[in-house]
Design a protein. Sequence first.
Length: 365
Amino acid sequence: METDFSKFLDSLTPLERDILKASLDQYLNKDDKNNIPNHINSDNAVTKCPKCGSVHFIKNGFDCNHKQKYRCKECHTVFSSTTGTIFSNSTTSYQKWMTFIVGELNDLTLEQQSEAVGLSKTTCFNMRHKLFVAASKVQKDVVLSGNIEFDPSYTKINLKGTKPFSMPRASKRRGKHKTSSYSKSISGINNHKICLVTAIDEHDNILFKIGGLGQESLPMFNQFKDHFKKNSLIISDAKASIIGFAMTNGMRSDSIQPVYGKNTYTTPLGNSLSSVNELHTEAKTLIRNKRGVSTRHLQGYLDWIVFRKHLKYTYEIQNRKNEAYAETMMEKIPFICSEITKLEMPVDLYKAYGSYHYGIYATIN
């Protein structure tokens, strides 16, 4: 059939082909894809009640937008296929979500996303962070095994978006006239730096998590011990805390040994940290392109980096936007849009700024 159709196309004149193409475009777009609602894609994916988890539910009519409603037989909650998902309380169409996902896969800024999708920056901001939470499923239960590259990285605390009355320190003044006592960065690894625990195994499973403030340590790494399979080989740069983590949790260690006067990049077994260093570079590039990432939302960006890697390793480039949509559309979102800017900080700011006795810590001794 395909051969016959090709012969048919070859037999047409250029004018006839243009007429055929215009007719096909008109037919394929007659339903206006910009108005297709997202629930059409998820109506058949409802498997349980989003509140109690019961699998016993029945259809319960339609809402004003012709969206199928369901009622749980256990807790009597009425819900739809989009309840608690990234599409909950959203009127953004399927096509606009697809355009937005493509933009996120290509690191567009909020300004660029707003122009591309035709929505406000606030809406794009909310869409971004709902998408990031849905994408976090890739790391949630990941277990690394085999040869595991393990090396932490550091980034500064960023209070972007914090209201003046909620600041734990004076705002930094930038430019030539820096007069604030907090404008100068404290050198070295200290409690003003966030440790990013980073590991990737030979099967391309990735762990990229906020560990805490300051120098890496065995207790910090032990928060993530359940993500590592026993008898794995930990490849590192000879940090005592990483070697201790491997020994404590029944894993072997292969470290890059420092040699005086030489730069060494491989272990005695010939392993390196190239993959984990690539993750660090990608994170730093993303933070720079976004003109800084708020610490409040930093884990979301790390989750998105891991999710993009997952798509890259799993799907062909032309299929990634569709798979990104399919893999995130039914994930549950634990907050509503108005709560995004009020999410809890992932690190203890008092540990960093409590001694300043400023702002929210002014009355704490």
